[in-house]
Design a binder for this molecule. Structure first.
Ligand SMILES: CC(C)(COP(=O)(O)OP(=O)(O)OC[C@H]1O[C@@H](n2cnc3c(N)ncnc32)[C@H](O)[C@@H]1OP(=O)(O)O)[C@@H](O)C(=O)NCCC(=O)NCCS
Length: 254
């Protein structure tokens, strides 16, 4: 590949057009690093021209956005410092009231042009620090989904059928992942490609989910096994009243 072709490939991985690349990089260089409410306010106004947002987006400093024209944010979406959204065609779509905490990565990386690629997240979800979603196969997440820290949702696998060729050169498969409403994925859980996690399920810390889970499963371990059904009152440990805590924000929003 010649240098010009490599440059063109690079630019295509950064933005949807060269004029847009220039505008995006200029706006983000000028405003991207300003901390405090002043920075949030300035980015809220200026970034509306770069991405699609309902109302003013709440974006902390040092958030990295690639192909922002393919990003849609609902009302009151919060992007904490260090968030990285890579929205190559297919895009990243985040519903109202959803928060992405420090270091969260939503990465579509669809340079292969897969029609199903993209990340679609519903309303009022919460993604804990350093959670990473790979969206080549399409990741569809419902409302009220909560992840702990460092959760991995990877809608892609590498082909490795030929032992004489580098795995990285054998292409990928990408079926997609669906996570229905009201799921809690605890810290360090991994969800692999092709899986659907049913509504209301709980996945324990460190689990690897490689098979679909029916609604209201509680699944733990590697590979994740269902240990109970959330609707089975006798199997659920009761939290002692007085030991259950709510925060100010939860009270404000309830
Ligand atoms: C899954 C979890 C919520 C416990 O749910 P629970 O309904 O109270 O489950 P129990 O404690 O009754 O455990 C049921 C069985 O699963 C096992 N188990 C529970 N959590 C496990 C885990 N993360 N990995 C492996 N096994 C686990 C228990 O040892 C028990 O097995 P046993 O019956 O053979 O003794 C909890 O263990 C967990 O993983 N919490 C996540 C903590 C976290 O990441 N917090 C960050 C905030 S997002």
């Amino acid at each position: 590949m010649g240098m010009l072709q490599e440059l063109s490939y690079y630019l295509k991985s950064q933005s949807t057009s060269i004029p847009r690349y220039i505008v995006e990089q200029t706006v983000m260089s000028l405003l991207g690093g300003i901390p405090s409410l002043v920075g949030i306010g300035l980015r809220g106004i200026a970034y509306k021209a770069l991405l699609k947002s309902e109302g003013l987006p709440l974006i902390e400093h040092n958030v990295r956005l690639l192909s922002p024209a393919n990003i849609t944010l609902g009302k009151n979406v919060y992007l904490d410092s260090g968030v990285f959204l890579n929205a190559l065609p297919g895009g990243v779509h985040i519903g109202a009231g959803t928060s992405l905490m420090h270091g969260v990565i939503f990465h579509v990386f669809n340079y292969r042009g897969l029609p199903q690629a993209g990340i679609w997240v519903g309303k009022n979800c919460f993604f804990g620090e350093y959670t990473c979603i790979r969206g080549q196969g399409g990741v569809h997440i419902g409302d009220g989904v909560y992840t702990g820290t460092q959760v991995q949702i990877a809608a892609v696998n590498h082909v490795f059928t030929d032992p004489d060729t580098y795995i990285k050169d054998q292409g990928i498969t990408a079926e997609g992942i669906t996570i229905e409403d009201d799921v809690w994925l605890a810290s360090n859980a991994v969800v692999v490609d092709g899986v659907t996690i049913g509504k209301g399920s709980v996945v324990g810390a460190g689990a690897v989910v490689n098979k679909s889970l029916p609604p209201y499963s509680v699944a733990v371990g590697v590979p994740a096994k269902i240990v109970k059904d959330r609707r089975d009152a006798s199997a659920i440990r009761k939290q002692v009243e007085g030991q259950v805590h709510f925060g100010e924000l939860e009270k404000l929003r309830s």
